[in-house]
Write a protein that binds this ligand. Structure first.
Ligand SMILES: C[S@@+](CC[C@H](N)C(=O)[O-])C[C@H]1O[C@@H](n2cnc3c(N)ncnc32)[C@H](O)[C@@H]1O
Length: 273
């Protein structure tokens, strides 16, 4: 560590202020000891604003109403790790148990809530296009609190090293190889992009008018919330789930202890009553 960065270590008061900020803004509970994470994620913003310490940065995001710094801090403090065909067992059961029961005269709607950069949504899009073809209309809606990551999701361009889990046949049919300045990247097929849209939504706030969904994916985000926030989010989300609709959560997550109208039908898979 350089002397400069040692001087900038996250003081107790700065940590508490930043912890409170991200809890109030995103519902994310950092816990007692994530000073190192706060340091590594936000240190460059101190440099950018030429601030001597994290206390001053905490003051800046508390008071900042003019610039975009609060959103930048949220973008940096959220963990956006994701990849194509993550926890693909859910996609297998979607295909084998859910899609065959869908009435063909109604649009099949899926919400990838906390979608991160879109890999989850586009993986689902490949499954739906492959299964439904032209027989059934479908659409996917993705959302995330991070504006930076939503921009990336809307672009549908990904680094070619991060696509290992995409089945070979899908890779051929749904992904275009980049050329020239896009060498080493791939672009999701236009047909899938046209049916997949993304928008910034904070799940801890009242939800906008987004209609009803047949399936909601809420994976690998509940782990960041305390029990009270988790329950509030689940109640709010399932108001957008049709009766009989399916909710998938991440494999390390649980809805234990919640009094909600959902039936556990398989591990991490719930059905709306
Ligand atoms: C680890 S990623 C999970 C992405 C994807 N669902 C998956 O399983 O691969 C968690 C995402 O949740 C988002 N997130 C965190 N708090 C949120 C909130 N309050 N509202 C909406 N999204 C949130 C983060 O920005 C991040 O992109």
């Amino acid at each position: 560590m350089t002397t400069e960065s040692q001087n900038r270590k996250v003081s107790k008061s700065a940590y508490q202020a930043i912890r409170e900020f991200i809890y109030q803004e995103a519902g994310i509970d950092l816990g007692e000891n994530k000073q190192q994470l706060v340091f590594s994620r936000l240190n460059k913003r101190l440099r950018y604003h030429q601030l001597p310490d994290f206390d001053q940065y905490a003051d800046l995001i508390k008071q900042d109403t003019r610039s975009n710094e609060r959103q930048i801090a949220i973008d940096l403090l959220t963990t956006n790790e994701t990849y194509f065909f993550r926890e693909s067992g859910h996609l297998d059961t979607l295909k084998s148990n859910v899609l065959p029961k869908h009435p063909p005269n109604r649009v099949f709607r899926v919400w990838s809530a906390a979608s991160s950069s879109g890999e989850e949504a586009y993986s689902i899009a490949m499954i739906l296009d492959d299964y439904f073809g032209h027989r059934v209309k479908w659409e996917i809606f993705g959302s995330d609190i991070s504006s930076r990551i939503i921009e990336k999701a809307n672009g549908g361009i990904y680094q070619a090293q991060r696509i290992d889990a995409i089945p070979r046949d899908f890779l051929k049919r749904y992904c275009r190889k980049g050329k020239g300045e896009y060498e080493g990247f791939l672009l999701i097929d236009k047909n899938l992009r046209e049916r997949t849209s993304f928008r910034e939504i904070n799940l801890t706030r009242p939800l906008p008018e987004i209609g009803q969904f047949d399936v909601i994916f809420l994976r690998n985000v509940l782990i960041y919330f305390d029990q009270q926030t988790k329950e509030k989010i689940i109640r709010s989300l399932i108001s957008k789930l049709r009766p009989g609709g399916i909710l998938y959560i991440g494999h390390s997550e649980s809805l234990k202890g919640m009094d909600v109208p959902l039936t556990l039908i398989a591990p991490t898979t719930y059905q709306m009553q």
